[in-house]
Design a binder for this molecule. Sequence first.
Ligand SMILES: [Fe+2]
Ligand SMILES: [Fe+2]
Length: 473
Amino acid sequence: MALASVELDTKIPNNVGLSQDPKLRRALEHWQPKYLEWWHEMGPTDFETKDVWLRTAVSVDDHGWANWDYVKMPDYRWGIFLTPRTQQALIHVGDETGKPAWEQVPGEYRNLLRRIIVTQADTEPASVEQQRMLGHMAPSLYDMRNLFQVNVEEGRHLWAMVYLLHKYFGKDGRDEAEELLERRSGDPDKPRILGTFNQPCDHWLSFFCFTMFTDRDGKYQLAALKESAFDPLARSCAFMLTEEAFHLFTGETGISRIVQRSAELTKQDPNGDARGQGGIDLDTIQRAINYWFTYCLDLFGGEISSNAAQYFAAGLKGRYREADRFEDHLALDEVYRMWVPEGGRLVEKEVPLRNAMNEVLRDDYIADCERAVRRWNKILEKEGLSYRFKLPSRRFHRHQGIYAGHTFDPEGNPIPPVVFEAKKDEWLLSPADNAYLQSIMKPVYEPGKMAHWIAPPKQGIGGKPLDFEYVRM
Ligand SMILES: [Fe+2]
Ligand SMILES: [Fe+2]
């Protein structure tokens, strides 16, 4: 199969051979100004005129896929890149395992695939909208640059999905691409599709939790789609994952740096309360973890799901690293054991594995989050504190799936709704927490300087030292 070369000097940088496909090229060039209008209205508008030290995807090689330079965000070169294949891909998930992967959308899966792509696509602009004001309280120029890097790359992820909609879904796909620019995060009349992407993200503790937990959900969703029998989708997601790694780094290390600083301030304070020293107390960090982690668990879908079974059977989605972690790609003979609420208590049930595929992916996600929590606890241990962070139970504070509509404590024990209501501000980021966090987050725009509530990172980024002027204010 022919590999399209990288076209960089075109209106839309790409390696999908846009210059050979004038009809598609025109359609995307028609969408481009609307995208830029959306970016201008809903992106980090107040920083549009600033030079930001950004990396831009310019190739698909493992090494050297990115170029670093000062760029004004509206001038960012949003491109369409698919990880190349050197040979015909084979389906390795579900009933069609072993057959050639699809280069076109099979008629019977057209609606399902469109829905999968639109749902993924919708999260990309949503997160930019959720984060659009955070530049005004950035703890440093380093962090501000990282925020903007995440934002422009989420924009590129939207491009990746819109390309698939335009190329493979005809008029329906073009209509969907328009609607992606019309919905707005948190708007009661035209909200984003998934609940988590309508939650406010209005300070940096939430931003780091978002990039830690929500972008990590994105990683697992992209990883599942990377196994798809629809090869253009698999190749799009493979390349998106290279960018996603940085978003996860931003979140995980951002929380690490807050934990480090909070531990220092906790020790300094006579009452052992970092808030007393103008920082973020450890309980508030735990509440932010509880809040964002549980909203993100919802994103994996129902625990027992005939949709999930169908997606797997058809090969539309696989498990995390399906190809190299599993031998049996049919998953027909196994069962998954889970706790199901029934009549006010929990009953252990066996579910056919295919119907539990959402839960299987959620397990991998939770294990990854637990690894990060252990890392944050290491910091506390090193600082000589006995406090430890803990992920809440997967049943706690859920809005989707079998646990939604029931109330549990963070350990996962069923509790009456009144008890949950009475305790919820102890367990979850509250309006008072958010007001406090916003009050301490004054912007720091001097190169190399750091806000009081966060420790500096170990090093700078993009080949530059920490005191580099990452954003020219
Ligand atoms: Fe993304
Ligand atoms: Fe992301």
